[in-house]
Design a protein around this ligand. Structure first.
Ligand code: ADP
Ligand code: ZN
Ligand code: ZN
Length: 755
């Protein structure tokens, strides 16, 4: 532990939440108080900043500063007397801010729970507990013998020398009035106690229910993962949907808990998978902290503290949970490791998956990346032997993998996006009292509204995009900038009345299916139907209690759900990814198709997947369907290698946007010149290529013109070095920073999408 005593010439280098890519120097607090003040990296301090006060984080203690000491201001207050974060984690945060080119103060504070960011003490809530007064020799003297309830309460308190809360007493039938009566006689006293939950203990019985008997592949996976407990090892658990990956996690976690250690589990979207958390709670007796969006600030801090003090056996959370401190770290699991949500897409653009691997290395833990459709980056690493590669190739239990069929819809007459063959197949499955899942990744009624007379299309005034038509409530809505307008009844261009919805979204498919199958409940799952709190749980309950129904939904339906009665999955429009401007379009499409398909036939009834397509003989679609994901991924990786795309090179994207057309482009031109000049003298410069500036694929969005400059490099180091220099220049160089202030710009290292 690096700690420094307060000395007279200490300079505190502090990260404050400001958009500037630098730290600020301060002097120790003017009032030293009675004892010596200790300083730790990661300590929170209240500091003066301009005309306000901010909470900052101490990064280093130095002996000198570039600024004369008499110009430095003293810190106002030291908020933590013990380190807030374990040293490893603190270093990881620093490294991440540096690697992802994000201002360190903003990065450091953004990953703390809100209450800590606001200066709250990093302590559990205090609680009032009642105890029997030690002064009152015997309650019998003070409490009249006739007052039987008071006597009983006094005995109760004596039985709990560590104290009881008023709520617990109330639950035992003792009223507040009764407590008051004892307090007035001096027999009962209220004490303040910090609630400190007990730490995990090695060797305890950690189970509620006994684990399943593993199949052969699962056993191999659990056994080989077990051998790495206590040391760093990154493993890919590649298992088809329903192959029992979660059961592997559970049995591995059991070992970790029995060692008295903690497991950190990262999942894409916890709100969408309450089933997963429920499964963990059902299996284990240890405290489980689920960091989901429904928590209030206090609950979130308590969860964080539970993890930090070693009381929580399991911490489950989304992306940001990667920064949760653990006292006894034992294992990290990333479920659905390919999911885009692990990369933050704005502000501090870190990849939780990549940081988790680094964290595991630093803290000497095994890490498991689980997926049915691993990202090409991860597959590449597994193929090169950097990761251990474990495979589950069969469905667990009795279930079989669904049967895939392509429905060629070229020249087919579609009814609201549904082909006649598909409708007939849906009918047959419903007749057998089964559930059908219809997937299309577009919400709303229809993706655009068109004038039949003149071809006018309802476009967003702020974006290069069409407005989506919604029926309930009726409106035109831009899904890119949230602009909303009432539905027009006449064409604004030719005044014609023949305005037609073009194409189908979930709302329209829902309506069409209701008309086609009036006897069958149709349940829609998309952002619009799940907006209310707990709506998702209600919908899930309804799905599980309705024997035969149709589920219509977006990718929300694809992720991790277990619907035992779904036997047919119909995919309406998965082709879009084939011609995406993004080089990851194909990979994302394949992952989505297989995830959705994986919802079919998860129990005893066999499942089928019907996929409508205009490109039934596209070679990638064919290899995906006929040979499976790995064969598909192999071909994709070959293409990427030829084109030197990630993972065969490293990318960084400098994005800029401005209201005035051309301004973002001009700014990026300037950056490009600067970069070229810097590269002239930089070692490893030959590895780096600059592409652009180019307009973003959607050039205008929310009223701003957007452009981007792409950096491609075969080495991470040289790229990092260049970006670092550029970032600093953009802030401090007079000419460029003047230009930079006229645009919004950001650097995205290892970008996941190119928009
Ligand atoms: P995945 O996480 O790979 O999608 P799950 O762990 O959710 O798969 O398992 C799918 C289903 O199979 C679940 O209902 C689970 O209870 C069951 N299952 C998993 N492992 C076994 C096993 N060894 N024996 C019997 N059933 C199993
Ligand atoms: Zn018109
Ligand atoms: Zn818009």
């Amino acid at each position: 532990m690096i700690a420094a005593m307060q000395t007279d010439n200490a300079i505190l280098r502090i990260a404050v939440p400001s958009p500037l890519r630098r730290m600020f120097d301060y002097l120790p607090p003017a009032d030293k108080g009675s004892g010596q003040q200790l300083f730790f990296p990661g300590q929170r301090l209240r500091v003066p900043f301009g005309r306000c006060e901010l909470i900052g984080v101490l990064v280093e203690v130095q002996t000198c500063s570039d600024i004369p000491t008499d110009k430095l201001k003293p810190v106002i207050e030291v908020l933590d007397q013990t380190p807030l974060l374990p040293e490893h984690l603190f270093r990881l945060c620093r490294w991440a801010a540096d690697y992802y080119q994000h201002p360190i103060g903003d990065a450091m504070l953004s990953l703390l729970p809100t209450l800590l960011r606001k200066g709250e003490a990093a302590e559990f809530r205090s609680e009032y507990l009642w105890v029997a007064s030690p002064q009152a020799v015997s309650g019998a003297e003070a409490v009249p013998r006739r007052a039987a309830r008071q006597q009983a309460l006094h005995r109760e308190l004596q039985n709990h020398p560590q104290g009881v809360s008023a709520d617990a007493l109330k639950a035992l039938g003792y009223s507040a009035a009764l407590l008051r009566a004892l307090a007035e006689k001096g027999v009962a006293v209220k004490t303040v106690q910090k609630v400190t939950p007990p730490s995990l203990v090695a060797g305890e019985n950690v189970l509620h229910e006994s684990p399943l008997v593993l199949n052969a592949e699962q056993s191999v996976a659990v056994q080989s993962l077990n051998t790495h407990l206590g040391s760093f090892q990154c493993s890919l658990l590649e298992g088809i949907t329903g192959s029992g990956k979660t059961e592997v996690y559970l049995q591995l976690i059991q070992q970790v808990l029995e060692r008295g250690e903690q497991a950190l589990v990262l999942v894409p979207e916890i709100g969408l998978t309450p089933q997963t958390v429920a499964r963990f709670r059902k299996r284990f007796r240890v405290p489980i902290v689920a960091l989901h969006s429904g928590l209030n600030d206090r609950e979130r801090l308590d969860g964080w503290l539970m993890a930090r003090c070693g009381a929580a056996g399991i911490v489950i959370g989304t992306r940001s949970a990667v920064f949760t401190p653990l006292k006894f770290p034992g294992l990290i699991i990333i479920d659905e490791e390919h999911d885009a949500s692990f990369k933050q897409q704005e502000g501090f653009r870190y990849s939780a998956r990549d940081l988790a691997i680094l964290r595991a290395r630093e803290e000497k833990l095994p890490i498991v990346l689980g997926s049915a459709t691993p990202s090409l980056e991860t597959l590449h690493n597994a193929r090169c032997g950097r990761y251990q590669w474990l495979r589950l190739t069969e469905r667990a239990g009795e279930a079989q993998l669904p049967h895939f069929e392509l429905l060629d819809i070229c020249r087919e007459e579609l009814e609201n996006g549904l082909s006649a063959t598909l409708i007939e197949q849906i009918r047959q499955h419903l007749q057998r009292d089964e559930q059908v899942l219809v997937f299309l990744n577009r919400r709303g009624f229809s993706p655009s509204l068109m004038c039949h007379d003149c071809g006018w299309l309802a476009d967003c005034p702020q974006c290069d995009a069409h407005m989506t038509l919604h029926r309930f409530p009726p409106q035109l809505h831009c899904h890119h900038c949230d602009h909303q307008t009432p539905v027009v009844l006449r064409c604004p261009k030719c005044n014609g009345r023949h305005l037609n919805p073009l194409g189908a979204g979930t709302e329209r498919t829902d309506e069409a299916l209701q008309r086609l199958f009036p006897e069958t409940p149709v349940i829609r799952v998309d952002r619009d139907t799940t907006r209310r709190k707990e709506a998702m749980e209600q919908i899930m309950r309804r799905i599980h209690s309705t024997p035969s129904c149709i589920l219509v939904g977006t990718q929300m339906l694809a992720k991790g759900h277990h619907f035992p009665r779904v036997t047919l999955v119909a995919i309406l429009d998965a082709d879009a990814g084939l011609f995406s401007a993004d080089f990851r379009g194909m990979e994302k499409m394949a992952q989505l198709i297989l995830q959705v398909a994986g919802r079919a036939g998860r129990e005893d009834r066999p499942g089928r997947v019907l996929m409508q397509t205009y490109h039934a003989d596209h070679p990638r679609i064919r290899s995906l369907i006929q040979q499976g994901y790995l064969a598909f991924a192999e071909q994709e990786l070959q293409d990427r290698e030829t084109a030197l795309l990630p993972p065969f090179s490293h990318y960084a994207l400098l994005r800029a946007e401005a209201v005035a057309p051309g301004r973002a482009d001009a700014f990026l031109q300037l950056v490009r010149q600067l970069a070229e000049r810097r590269l002239g003298g930089q070692a490893g410069a030959g590895e780096i290529k600059l592409l652009g500036p180019l307009p973003a694929p959607m050039e205008r969005r929310a009223g701003r013109y957007r452009a981007q400059l792409l950096f491609q490099s075969s080495g991470r180091k040289s790229l990092h070095h260049l970006l670092q220099g550029l970032g600093q220049m953009l802030e401090s160089d007079k000419q460029i920073s003047a230009q930079a202030r006229k645009v919004r710009w950001s650097i995205d290292v290892d970008p996941l999408d190119m928009f």
